[in-house]
Design a protein around this ligand. Sequence first.
Ligand code: FMN
Length: 219
Amino acid sequence: MGPIDPEKPADAFQELSRWGVPAWATAIRKCIDQSTSDPISRYAQIATVDSLGKPHLRTLVMRGCLGELSKDHTNDHPMDFWMATDHRSSKIQELAFEPQVEIGWYFPGPREQFRLSGTISILTQTQCPIRSKAWQSLSTQAKVGFYWPTPLEIRDPTNEKAFQVHHGVIHALNPPDSFSVLVMRVARVDHLILQGDPQNRYIYDFKPDKGWVETQVNP
Ligand SMILES: Cc1cc2nc3c(=O)[nH]c(=O)nc-3n(C[C@H](O)[C@H](O)[C@H](O)COP(=O)(O)O)c2cc1C
């Protein structure tokens, strides 16, 4: 599930360069465009908390914007980011308890960090068109992991066959129940640009009455 799909174009993030998008979106799009040869730039860290308030952090592939998946459907939030994950993984329970998250996304080339705060919604087993399109956009390598045995269960060395997935199954149009799409609605962005002396840092807050408000702060 981890590796990035090499065939995936940066156009999965096209929505970030449309007219009228906030400056943080343009900045992320610019970083993506400057990092097309660097797969690491599509990995981000997503932090959740569990019901005891304990933090959990892991790496995920930032797969694109929702607008690219829902081109034929009305979508009020085309800039939402989406990620793919296993519905049986621990983060799903954590997100059900607390949907607010922070994502840390660093682009090594341009040396810019984005900390995205917001809320995650989970698209689960229902066969909605967005979830199916997300599934179809994954590489075979990315799809295979969703057919593996349950994450975190003790590995059974006598049953390694369970990891061998029939490719005919993988190419089915409908995703397996284990496939979930995480949709991130961004409410605040903390953008740090390391290049420059002094460095530059901007905070973007979404206010329901004003829209996006940008403030330059000390780094
Ligand atoms: C480079 C890299 C990319 C990864 N991409 C994903 C991903 O796109 N989706 C995912 O669910 N897990 C991905 N993983 C695995 C997660 O980091 C994590 O181990 C897994 O999702 C289980 O997390 P959880 O137990 O907190 O739910 C990736 C790991 C690495 C190292």
